[in-house]
Write a protein that binds this ligand. Sequence first.
Ligand code: TYD
Length: 204
Amino acid sequence: MKNPYPGLFVVLEGIDGSGKSTLANNLYLALKKMGRDCLLTFEPTRGKWGSVLRQSFLAPKRLTPTEELELFRRDRQEHLEKVIIPALKEGRIVLCDRYFFSTAAYQGARGLDPDRILFECRQKALEPDLCLLLKLDPEEALLRIKHGRGEKANNFEQLDYLKKVALIYQKIKDGCIGLDATLPTKRLTEEALEHVIHALNARN
Ligand code: TYD
């Protein structure tokens, strides 16, 4: 479903380590500075279903792809109803760190059909007005995770898996704008901001 509300719905996507959350934050600050009313949010959420998912990331045994798919679907539904749609109704800009493209890419990388996931998501969930996809080599992304964040890669972040995720993201042409994640932070924020402003103008 296309966004029928006055607010602008922007989604940020990319593999783990691509700098997506940093960009989301910088974009949020830049928009606030311009006097725009903005909401920064993310999936999986910290709600009922999102919490189950987050717990499962730490467990030694992963949920099945179908179980994950169902939990992400429920989490998204709740997120839309309780957070995203109310903010869009108020005319705010919603910046969402991960959305249904993540489901296609990550659960697709576990063997489910990404096209089918996208098709179903597009039918049931609200379509974003703009999707910015950070592009980064999976090897580089893992290095950033290991060195930059000083963390061990979790079970979403193994190289083979991330390579599959990246490949599916690459194939999602419809509706996503690719951004070079190796650009300096400031430049990347400026580029992303240009796209958001363009989308805002296109709506008016
Ligand atoms: P995220 O919170 O973005 O990770 P972090 O902030 O630690 O970088 O997302 C956690 C993981 O959830 C991420 O590895 C991707 C995965 N994920 C899916 O597998 N499917 C989905 O639909 C979403 C939204 C996320």
